[in-house]
Design a protein around this ligand. Sequence first.
Ligand SMILES: Nc1ncnc2c1ncn2[C@@H]1O[C@H](COP(=O)(O)OP(=O)(O)OP(=O)(O)O)[C@@H](O)[C@H]1O
Ligand SMILES: [Mg+2]
Length: 759
Amino acid sequence: MTADLLQSLTDPQREAVLHVDGPLLVLAGPGSGKTRVITHRIAHLLSQGVRPTQIAALTFTNKAADEMRSRLDRLAPGENVWIGTFHRFCARLLRQYAEYRGLQPNYTIYDTSDSLSLLKRTIRETDVQLTHATPEQVASAISWAKNHLIEADRYVGGVNATGSIVERVYPKYQAALQQANAVDFDDLLMHVTLLLKENEELRASLDERFRYILVDEYQDTNLPQYAIVRAMSIQYPNLGVTGDPDQSIYGWRGANLKNILEFESDFPAVKVVRLEQNYRSTPNILSVADALIANNKQRKKKSLFTDNPAGKAVRMIQYSTHKEEAQAIAARISAQVAQGKRRPRDYAIFYRINALSRTFEDAMRQQGVPYMIVSGVEFYHRKEIKDLLAYALLMNNPRDDVAFERIVNVPKRAIGKATLLKVRLHAATEGLSMLEAAREAGMIDGLGNRAAVALAKFVALFDRLSTKINDPVEEILGFVLSESEFKRQYEATDDVEDQTRLENIEELLSSAREYDTEHPHDGTLEHYLEEKTLVNETDDFDAEMDRVTLMTLHAAKGLEFPVVHIVALEQGLLPHERSRENPEQLEEERRLLFVGITRAEEELDLSMARYRDFRGKRNMTIPSPFLMELPRDEMEVTEEQTAFAPDFPLDESFFPEFPISGQRSLDLPRPALPSAVTNIRTAADLLGEREGDAQPRVEPNAFVQGMVVTHDEYGLGKIIALSGEGAKRTATVRFASGAGEKKFRLAYSPLRPANSSRS
Ligand SMILES: Nc1ncnc2c1ncn2[C@@H]1O[C@H](COP(=O)(O)OP(=O)(O)OP(=O)(O)O)[C@@H](O)[C@H]1O
Ligand SMILES: [Mg+2]
């Protein structure tokens, strides 16, 4: 390690980087160089003769792992250090030692929706009445149990109704997973924990193999994650962790702050390093962050200073509607980019929940600002993608019953529910997988000849596909597409959505091509599938791309951007509704906002809207109580008056469904409603702005080719093609704005002939 690498560190950072043997705890606030210490420390360990294969660096998101890998590549190019998420680390160990846990190495990892469908099936097959609980609640109870290392046979439900259902369903669900040679996300951690606990020899050998373990964001570890790193640090207690208790935001996933708070008593010989200088943000931003987090009772105060220049005042803006908020932000970004002040990638917009992103997307599109939404999972949750991947999953693990049931009748092969029920019964009584049971279709009692033939054809198709299992992934998927006539189901219709499905399939094929290129020698279908299943929400993120980043506050952890907008700071959204009655959860929500604020390097805008369309309703909002905790006299506080505002002032007494506190606006005076206006029910009525049903629809047949039409978001356009009849009547419109060509189902679209007036 070169001297100038060490020179670029502060004294305490250097102290942590130079630490070689024994436990290490770096406890420090945001932007103080914790992640930087980890990469530099790895480089230093390597320079001390530690072999790369003896080091494992664990993080929470793939994005954080990639970032670490690229920082390390600059410091120590080409070194084969294991860097990745806990889940990937466990997936890899479990492939190697699957049989210890009664699995085969080709096991399938079920994502959340696959796990849920297996669970629903289990519930159906267990004689329980789900009157007081949803399958999702049962799923989260099981997940909670696994994150607390409570195995199925040790689960005690207690007196409440859900508990006793879980007590009966959990063991059966676990047995079904085992039968399908599959695991869910939580199992990855639990299996590995138990593996280490129950096999001392194996544990000792892994402890020796991974002599140096480094964990970033340690404040967010849950019990299994804690148990895993501890178990691997007994003979070689070289566990180095970094964290910030104020940034703990995964309590709802079982993260336990105790893991970091008690690190010193777990490892008495620990070296503790505190970093106090922030290199990321301006003093103005830090002071807002500080004022906010000071309201949390459960915390130890930390000091943080910066030598960065003061910078601009943090802005707090109240817009009148959610559309105004989005459009103003998009317009501002667009103008600054046009003036050459900044690049799109300098900006990030954070929101509490994904559902809030659409308005911002629309606004970005309208203003022609390039953007990307960071939520990698969504693509892989689309039906066509899951269906196609299910073929590959079944090829890789023929015991995968969820995959079997997903595709046995996709595309349609006249294999109906009744047939499947008989196959399942046969599988259960004979102890077979669904596929094996289908192979014996001819012997299944009560199964008609036609159904047996259909099943036999499917099995033959499967066997044909299986001959290709060692081909490059793109070829495997291509072969599936052609042999199964999978594409045919989408090509045969003129449905606009089917067009999108075909495009998504193309997209998947290009991801497979990319994989093949990146893994010319070591690529396997199994590994490809694992990569796709373990994508998490930040995976689409690519810092090199010149686009504005839109993401949830959770996904923003560990990242940094010159300009940050945190939007929709409203009661019920941030803090989230579900934290209302729970002071601990409220503190976690505050930490979440703290994480968001401390991502900003130079500029920070906090905003809210007085009206927001959400879940199909227009609501008058209440500002987030967190806004009241900020130092307003140091900030620039504005209320935007806009075209969307009604021409007379509103009074909240007309909206009794919203509890109004004294803090309803940003303390700006608000005149009373004129007495003449008496029969107004909702804000939507008042504003006349609501999309959709407020406005009478135009008959689909009134639209003709060549007609000039108008759309609320995209403006003026011309109909260039029409197809379909009745409810399926579809128009292709070319818009004058940057929106390009779009297709609309006329029966549902807000298109209007350009000359017709609104009312
Ligand atoms: N000694 C230093 N000299 C120059 N830049 C530094 C130094 N230490 C850290 N930085 C820079 O400050 C920024 C924040 O560092 P880093 O991301 O490692 O902080 P962190 O403590 O991990 O923050 P968070 O808690 O948000 O994850 C990075 O851009 C990093 O390169
Ligand atoms: Mg960090």
